[in-house]
Design a protein around this ligand. Structure first.
Ligand SMILES: Nc1ncnc2c1ncn2[C@@H]1O[C@H](COP(=O)(O)OP(=O)(O)OP(=O)(O)O)[C@@H](O)[C@H]1O
Ligand SMILES: Nc1ncnc2c1ncn2[C@@H]1O[C@H](COP(=O)(O)OP(=O)(O)OP(=O)(O)O)[C@@H](O)[C@H]1O
Ligand SMILES: [Mg+2]
Ligand SMILES: [Mg+2]
Lengths: 256, 256
């Protein structure tokens, strides 16, 4: 099965969606057949790829309800090697329903196992919580990628997620790995970034990725145009950093 | 009863907690007896005021469970006129339990009505969701304050929240007002800020507050020191902007 990465952190606005979308696009540009799945009912990943309710046929919602098979929820994108499953939770009733369905922790893994066959890599964009859809993502993932925006709140969230991971490995008996800790919205030589890096290096040096994503206006702008940064402004610092990240992750995996 | 403001938006990392904490501190500095309540199990508001599990006696969790009365959950802070109720959700079991208790939408309002007597203003820091604890905050609030970080995702979230507000006014038969839309992490003359402001002015001009909070490193740094920015670095742009905001809101209310 494809290498499956859950992009997760129990804290809001740290760059989970920006990372899931732009890393998926960068893997595709590197020649990896990539599937991105939006597990957040708010649907930011879909919005930043230009999907709207009217352009989505079926999504994760329909697949979880067994209204359609998972394949019918897979959409093409502007990048030939990047496919996308929108969340398609278009009402509060649907949101309540999908959260109840997600109580079946293995639901996503069972749907994904056959559907992921054609892909080299699957990326799962998670909401800012531990329970619910994030848990079903962790149960389906080979590894997790933690985006960390410098600041106190991200540090607490990293600790919390590692504790939760330990517990999940025990109850699911699955050896979920750590793809890495990715610093996002990095502002070099600021106290907030310095403190955050120092704390992470002290506790998680082994997981800290070399690539760091700088603050880059292109990343926020691109979502207004419904494109990943590599299509909107390929030469921006943001697009460039995510391509570098893709190469770092691919070479790390090649060494194992 | 005290004027009660819910700080809410169904999107992560837009500055809800930073706004709730620093606006509460600024109201206190302006002479308003202020109560800040942390409704997010992640507990960022408590962390940014220096509270830890060991320094918290009882919190919202205990009050919701009727283990203690609400008064026992109220803590003093470094500012004489600012008191604080921590969320005190210290485990996943507690998180599950408080979410079930919050299904009783009026729980917070009923606890707050007597407890809010001594205060001029109550601020409620909400998690990045609509359901659950945010709904109980909206049911207790006189008005909502929407922090908006420039970007596509915030715009969608504003629309979603206004729709939800309409629905809530119908089902609760309560005339919840809008304190205002507050631009946070504003970067003047960037495309993302310009587009966001233009969209908000087109649809919500009436609600758009004059004060905007600029990007200010002091706001992130202050939380590492467990203080609001007005105590950590009073002359920073961030602290200054929140004090200006407090005065704008107080004068708007005085005019009504
Ligand atoms: N490197 C960056 N430079 C500038 N802006 C960025 C960067 N990364 C993310 N952003 C912006 O920060 C905001 C939050 O990012 P994003 O939505 O990806 O975070 P998230 O963790 O997915 O949030 P949520 O918890 O709500 O799902 C977005 O407006 C995004 O455009
Ligand atoms: N004006 C600002 N300048 C610089 N940094 C800021 C500013 N406002 C907030 N931040 C930082 O942005 C991050 C997100 O802010 P905050 O936690 O207040 O958002 P939130 O909406 O409460 O997030 P969540 O949805 O997770 O509850 C924090 O690290 C905070 O320190
Ligand atoms: Mg997201
Ligand atoms: Mg918050």
């Amino acid at each position: 099965m494809a290498h499956t990465i859950a992009v997760a952190l129990p804290k809001g606005g740290v760059g989970k969606t920006t990372t899931a979308v732009n890393l998926a696009a960068s893997f595709a540009v590197e020649g990896q057949r990539t599937l991105l799945v939006d597990l957040d009912p708010i649907g930011s990943a879909g919005a930043s790829l230009g999907f709207t309710a009217s352009t989505v046929g079926a999504g994760l919602y329909e697949a979880f309800n067994f209204v359609t098979n998972f394949g019918a929820a897979i959409h093409h994108t502007e990048l030939p090697l990047l496919d996308f499953v929108p969340c398609n939770v278009t009402s509060l009733q649907r949101e309540d329903r999908i959260l109840r369905l997600a109580d079946n922790r293995t639901l996503l893994r069972n749907l994904l196992r056959p559907a992921a066959q054609p892909y080299d890599c699957v990326l799962l964009d998670c909401p800012p919580a531990l329970r619910g859809l994030t848990t079903t993502a962790l149960a389906a993932a080979d590894a997790i990628l933690l985006p960390v925006r410098p600041g106190l709140f991200s540090l607490d969230a990293v600790d919390k997620l590692f504790t939760y991971l330990d517990w999940m490995r025990e109850v699911t008996n699955r050896p979920i790995g750590v793809e890495g800790i990715l610093i996002t919205m990095h502002e070099p030589r600021t106290r907030v970034s310095d403190i955050t890096l120092r704390e992470l290096a002290a506790k998680y040096r082994h997981h800290l990725l070399t690539t760091m994503i700088p603050r880059s206006t292109a990343l926020g702008e691109a979502s207004f145009y419904g494109k990943p940064a590599v299509l909107y402004e390929a030469r921006s610092q943001g697009a460039d950093a995510y391509r570098t990240l893709a190469r770092e992750l691919l070479s790390r995996r090649a060494e194992i």
